[in-house]
Design a protein around this ligand. Structure first.
Ligand code: AMP
Length: 280
């Protein structure tokens, strides 16, 4: 497994791969790898000749006061896990290279980046789209892999790829969960043991919603009211938002259908966690 740190070296490597008519799969991450990330690698390994994983804690997607400084980083562990999962190349660039002096260009998917996650984290998706656009141009993948765990990110990246004619297939992998249902996330590391127990409430509320819908409930308001009640009962939880939206444009829907997605963001203590459940 190769570790590549510069944009130039990464570009040259990708060019060599393409000359030999081989395909590249890209798995963008911020490191602190867990089985959610590795499920994307496994998919890429099956589909592509060369698997590139980027590890870059992207400062631009964190607002001042968010957890950029304390975001967990463990490159040695990541390197071991990536190698074992079959990654060929880790692209591990320096912030100084990615946002060089004089950098002034941003990518934003307007409107969709202002709602839900974008309301609480106003510059977040602009940061995500800018780094993902850069990675697409540097690595030149045939396929890029993202997790359904970050559902709004998925919808926004698909929109960006369509709008800007990136010639890249986007493959989405299902959310990988802990045994009790909690979606795996690097931020779960922040939880104390008491908070870790409380964090089950996100999945529990989604599961309750699923049951209601399976039993025939079609009105979003009724499902959302029940979810809010479930969250309220958990003392350490503080709801940011819960919604039922169209999975492509994230507009709220009043009638639940197969294209609906239930989304939730909740603070457990100081840690903000997100999850979702699709009805497709
Ligand atoms: P991150 O390192 O948090 O930026 O995540 C990198 C990629 O892994 C993103 O496409 C995430 O959606 C995906 N991912 C994170 N957690 C999970 C999970 N529990 N299941 C599946 N994919 C995930």
């Amino acid at each position: 497994m190769k570790i590549v740190k510069t944009v130039q070296e990464m570009r040259q490597l990708s060019e060599r791969v393409k000359i030999h008519n081989k395909s590249i799969g890209l798995v963008p991450t911020m490191g602190c790898l867990h089985n959610g990330h590795l499920s994307l690698v496994h998919k890429a390994r099956k589909d592509c000749d060369i698997v590139v994983m980027s590890i870059f804690v992207n400062p631009m997607q964190f607002a001042p006061g968010e957890d950029l400084e304390k975001y967990p980083r463990d490159f040695d562990m990541d390197r071991r896990l990536a190698k074992r999962a079959g990654v060929d190349v880790i692209f591990y660039p320096d912030t100084k290279h990615i946002y060089a002096k004089g950098f002034f260009t941003f990518v934003s998917v307007e409107n969709m980046d202002k709602i839900w996650e974008g309301k609480t984290r106003p510059a977040h998706f602009r940061g995500v789209c800018t780094i993902v656009g850069k990675l697409f141009n540097i690595v030149d993948p045939d396929i890029a892999y993202f997790g359904q765990k970050d559902a709004q990110q998925v919808a926004i990246i698909k929109r960006m790829v369509g709008d800007l004619y990136f010639n890249i297939n986007i493959v989405i992998a299902p959310t990988v969960r802990e045994k009790d249902g909690l979606a795996m996330s690097s931020r779960n590391k922040y939880l104390s043991s008491e908070e870790r127990k409380a964090a089950q409430v996100l999945y529990r509320s989604l599961h309750e919603a699923e049951k209601m819908i399976k039993n025939g409930e079609k009105k979003s308001d009724n499902v959302l009211e029940h979810m809010r009640d479930v969250i309220k009962k958990e003392k350490l939880a503080h709801l940011d938002y819960v919604g039922i939206v169209n999975h492509e444009d994230f507009s709220s829907v009043s009638e639940i259908s197969k294209t609906s997605l239930i989304i939730i963001a909740c603070y457990i203590g100081k840690t903000r966690l997100i999850d979702n459940f699709g009805l497709m």
